[in-house]
Design a protein around this ligand. Sequence first.
Ligand SMILES: C[S@@+](CC[C@H](N)C(=O)[O-])C[C@H]1O[C@@H](n2cnc3c(N)ncnc32)[C@H](O)[C@@H]1O
Length: 357
Amino acid sequence: MKTLKDTKVQEEQKVQEMLKVDPSHIMQVGLGFWASKTLLTAVKLELFTKLAFRPLTAKEIKYEICLNERGLYDFLDSLVALGFLQRSGIKSSAVYFNSADTALFLDKNKLSYIGGILEMANNRLYPFWNFLEEGLRTGTPQNEIRSGRMTLFEEIYTDIDKTREFVNAMGGVQTGNFVKFSREFDFSGYHTLCDIGGAGALLSVHVSTHNPHLKCISFDLPAVAPIALENISKMGLAANINVQSGDFFTEPFPKSDVITMGNVLHDWGITDKKLLISKAYEALPEGGSLVVIENIIDDERRENAFGLMMSLNMLIETPAGFDFTASDFNSWAVEAGFSKTYLMPLTGPSSAVVAVK
Ligand SMILES: C[S@@+](CC[C@H](N)C(=O)[O-])C[C@H]1O[C@@H](n2cnc3c(N)ncnc32)[C@H](O)[C@@H]1O
């Protein structure tokens, strides 16, 4: 029979167990949109770009970006507490300036600006993710397509400003990967590269800069060609990179020693993924490589939270797209005829999976 003492000991054990777990992670993620929207709004208001010229007082910021008095200090000091701004003084005596990372990455006038993806996150993804539940229940996309409009690319490419925002957003996400890939992949035996779905030609720009012996083609829909040409000419690489416009489903891929696809396969369902991999196989010589740069999910599907949520983003954005593991890719590549595949970790949650013909 249990004594009062036994019960007390058991209760004490329960309390000790409860103390070991902590609700702060739940709260941090659950209310994560507070921090997210604070940063996205600062990017939209170009606060970091303004502060890159000179430090400003709250009053100056209020006038520069047309803010109301109410919320002003809370907004700016939240950015301080989140580590995106620095400050000397407090409230009316405060002077605000950029932290080292926002000065480098969120000043629109620097080449290192990566805010394009955050602008798109604010303008498109944030409102569309409000419909995640509906996407999960119906399996249908929840972006512009929701209101009976066109597919993702058709919709965006009708408007030059949206096209530029989208292309810059994609470039911002991939820049670190492209730099690492262009430095670390062994291009020594290869002479030509074609980047399928090359958007603003950033992969070609980085590969060509670090491997000047290569001739590159950036292949994508006609709507993005002007932006790609602009980027290539800005970098003085017109002699090494061609822009080719076309539809990758209906036209053969240009024959090349290396074929790259950055964040392309995840846009499509399984049949289209396999079709694109087969078309790459057809266009490569023996020994040629297909390089796919994405947020490759770990084979156990337990760790790469960003890759898994990118796949949810594909549910929101596309009719059939999804992200995948290296082992998924290996099975599709082997089915297409490739002799082997391997994984090359890039930055953060991203990797390249390489299939060799
Ligand atoms: C998600 S973006 C990736 C862009 C870039 N590779 C990167 O890694 O940032 C997919 C690209 O595929 C292109 N694309 C979509 N459908 C296409 C098609 N049918 N033919 C050619 N390009 C297409 C889009 O224009 C877009 O640039």
